[in-house]
Design a protein around this ligand. Structure first.
Ligand SMILES: O=P(O)(O)OC[C@H]1O[C@H](O)[C@H](O)[C@@H](O)[C@@H]1O
Length: 332
């Protein structure tokens, strides 16, 4: 059972002498979000609407994600900022028979998920962090075709039986989000998955992105032209909306990391597991102006979306099978 946010905090986080202090997990008073804090001070907040991570702070309280001042957190709209979950379609797909009726980025980000529970370093014994005695907390969220909180648009336009488990794992120096999308029905379906991470930066003009050299990308601000990333690291100096497909190194199982540096200092490393694309997005002046929920209007200077996903192709999930993917963002 999670504790309520309004319950007074226990005087110490470790109630059992000899055991390492545990993370605390509480619900906000209005039940809209789950808040987890490590004994070392790092914290994460996940809104049940969309299972959207809306805050990730380090031990000093420094926020790592960008969230619009005008973001709707009341369930009326997808959240502008944090980490919205994109499923089962990235963008819109008017020519894809199964998802053509769905709104932009699907329905996962506009559905109310269920909080399934937490595990901390003690119970997550196979977790790498706990093996090194680092505190860790994992929060699990669920959404299925039978969920009461499922956006009605899913029932109307995506008639498949599915089950999504989305896990948010906080360690002192990293945040991992992972998804398992299971096909519970008798028919196969095709889907796309993406974690739409809005990283917070101090000044976008000082940001450099590394790790995408020679990667092919679709340039959505140039009519979908397919290009190759020649200059690396690269900087952002205008509206940017690119879907990268970085090549995998031969014989290497893992996908190459993308590093975001600011003023020459590495800041975030984004690693991917079974997510073969990376979208890099910044709306810049005009697009930011055009989004009612994007505030302040010059907020594009404080953010960079680096979005690991499986969106370049459709993922076919046969009956009884599942698609799994994850990202880890490490503070450098
Ligand atoms: O406004 P939204 O539906 O949240 O989408 C925000 C952005 O998401 C992705 O990064 C896409 O590549 C962009 O084309 C899109 O503008």
């Amino acid at each position: 059972m999670v504790e309520r946010a309004n319950k007074p905090k226990p005087p110490t986080l470790s109630s059992t002498p000899g055991l390492p202090p545990q993370a605390t997990v509480t619900f906000s008073e209005d039940n809209s979000r789950v808040v987890a804090e490590l004994p070392t001070g790092e914290s994460v907040q996940v809104l049940l609407h969309g299972a959207t991570v809306i805050s990730w702070k380090d031990a000093s309280g420094d926020e790592k994600l960008w969230l619009s001042d005008a973001a709707k957190l009341d369930g009326s709209k997808a959240v502008r900022g944090g980490i919205p979950v994109v499923f089962p379609v990235f963008g819109t797909a008017p020519t894809h028979p199964q998802t053509k009726g769905l709104p932009q980025h699907g329905f996962a980000r506009t559905s109310r998920w269920e909080f399934l529970g937490k595990s901390t370093s003690e119970s997550a014994a196979d977790d790498k962090a706990s093996a090194s005695n680092e505190p860790t907390v994992k929060l699990d969220f669920g959404l299925s075709s039978g969920s009461p909180g499922l956006d009605p648009v899913a029932r109307a336009h995506w008639p498949f039986r599915f089950n999504l488990i989305y896990s948010v794992t906080l360690n002192p120096s990293s945040l991992t989000t992972s998804i398992v999308a299971t096909n519970d029905g008798a028919e196969s379906f095709e889907c796309q998955v993406l974690m739409h991470t809005y990283l917070r930066v101090n000044d976008i003009t000082k940001v450099e992105i590394q790790g995408l050299s020679n990667a092919f990308y679709t340039d959505k601000v140039d009519a979908g032209a397919v290009k190759t990333q020649t200059s690396t690291p690269f900087t952002i100096a205008g509206e940017t909306d690119r879907v990268y497909t970085p090549a995998k190194e031969e014989g290497v199982e893992e996908e190459a990391a993308v590093t975001v540096a600011e003023q020459g200092r590495p800041k975030y490393r984004v690693t991917r597991d079974n997510l073969s694309n990376v979208v890099v997005w910044n709306p810049w002046t005009d697009k930011a102006q055009g989004m009612a929920d994007f505030e302040p209007k010059d907020g594009f200077r404080k953010m960079l979306c680096v979005e690991p996903g499986a969106v370049g192709a459709w993922q076919a999930v046969e009956a009884g099978d599942a698609f799994e993917g994850a990202q880890t963002i490490t503070l450098l």
